[in-house]
Design a binder for this molecule. Sequence first.
Ligand code: MN9
Length: 299
Amino acid sequence: MSINGTVFAALLTPFKDDGSISTERIGPLVDYILSKGVAGLYASGSTGESVIQSREERAEHLIALADYARDKCTLIAQVGSASTGDAVALARVARDNGYHAVSAVPPYYYKHGAEEIKTYYRSIADAAELPLIIYNIPVLSGANFSTEGLLELLEIPGVAGIKYTAQDLFQFEELRKHAPSKKMYFGTDEMFLGATAMGSDGGIGSTYNLIGDIYVGIERAVAAGEPEEARALQRKANDLIAILIRAGVVPGLKHALNRLGVPVGPCRQPFQPPSGAALKELDQWLDDNGLTAGAARAS
Ligand code: MN9
């Protein structure tokens, strides 16, 4: 099976107001994201608050998302877990519900050796029977692979590519050179344009939940040979990202979507909603850029 598209939102997980999983709120969020030209959704990852959900909750979300969106766009299920058993169970859920691919963060918390990590990925690929995207996010997973280590993971049968959420464009391009047939998605939204120049196959990130059209626009500008336009669009995204980093990226995105009229509920604790100066800056940016309160409800 092939993975169609280049720009994927690392999907937020909508919650009810009481913090439990909301399946009803998936549809409006997906519709909003796809209306911006995004090609697909990467579910149950970092942006989806997956590590603070039970396996059962993650499965419930993955199944409801597939029911709503499998015929509308490309779907990738992030099934990674600290436990191989949980990751394998979620890989089967993805397989049985029409996902186009799975992805997995390395097993976290314990510092596992290379053979343990490879065995984990083999188990997931076998269970999923779908293309597997390695999820490299050292700042959160704690697993810092060398270029050679990542290339070894990319050689595991069933592995189709990597979501590279780091800032090392040199390493990214090294991987591009040594694994030319693999899909290489960049995961640091603020460097989407730089990664395009280094040969990425697209991007998967959190801010695509809100401003996917900007990244689609960057790709279009690059294809049209308009680097100044591409850079202006990246600049626009980065003005927002700088604020989101101060506000808290996931709480900030949920705040922005709720305010717009796309209800996604709160983040789960220990996250706290944005407050103070960061909240003010965020609301100001949203108003200045047409993402005014209630705009999605009105349209
Ligand atoms: O995986 C996200 N990275 C992290 C993707 O969560 C560390 C990105 O989409 C960032 O949220 C984004 C803003 O820094 O690039």
